[in-house]
Design a protein around this ligand. Sequence first.
Ligand SMILES: [Zn+2]
Length: 217
Amino acid sequence: MTVAHHPQPETLMAYAAGTLDQAYTVVIATHLAMCGACRGEVAHLEDVGGAILEKEAEAKIGADALDRLLSALDGSPEEEPRPAPIKRHEGVPSPLAPYLKGGLESIEWKRKGPKAWLAELEVPANSHSRLVLLKVGAGAAMPEHGHGGHELTLILSGAYNDRFGRFAAGDLADHDDDVDHQPIAEEGEDCICLVALDAPLAFKSRLMRVLQPLTGL
Ligand SMILES: [Zn+2]
């Protein structure tokens, strides 16, 4: 699997630090199961974090602590990404398996448009974000939209294209509220994505804004 689109560095750093909300954590962990490069990057960040804690335990935080942290982060991982095999359960990468007990085949899709389906996955009640599966029919376009907050979209199967390029299985789109786009699913296969979001989408068309409650997004 060749992965072309990865999380933003700050998203990976928050993941390594354990500060991401649950839905985002699940999406990043699932991407890591599919992406050796990001697994290596997270291992590097965890090493850096550990080394800093060790050093600072000996000496009080010095004025140059931030500089040293930043220069350590600039360095490349010393080892090649660890080649961990993708563990799958019922055809689903293992971090996602607890949320999809019967695999992708058993999802109870709710129809949200002519060629759009949504399934809400259960996250802890105190979560600030939602975890949803989105299925866009082969060849169908999503309405053009921006984002009210931070949105992570991981492609599980199929592919879509938008102004940022082609997103296929394993690719992750990491969008903040300043990004507008209109994904169009490729012909031949439905596109199934795992999405974490903390605010409703910002649809461009007035009609879509009126219909928004029906979309569940
Ligand atoms: Zn990656």
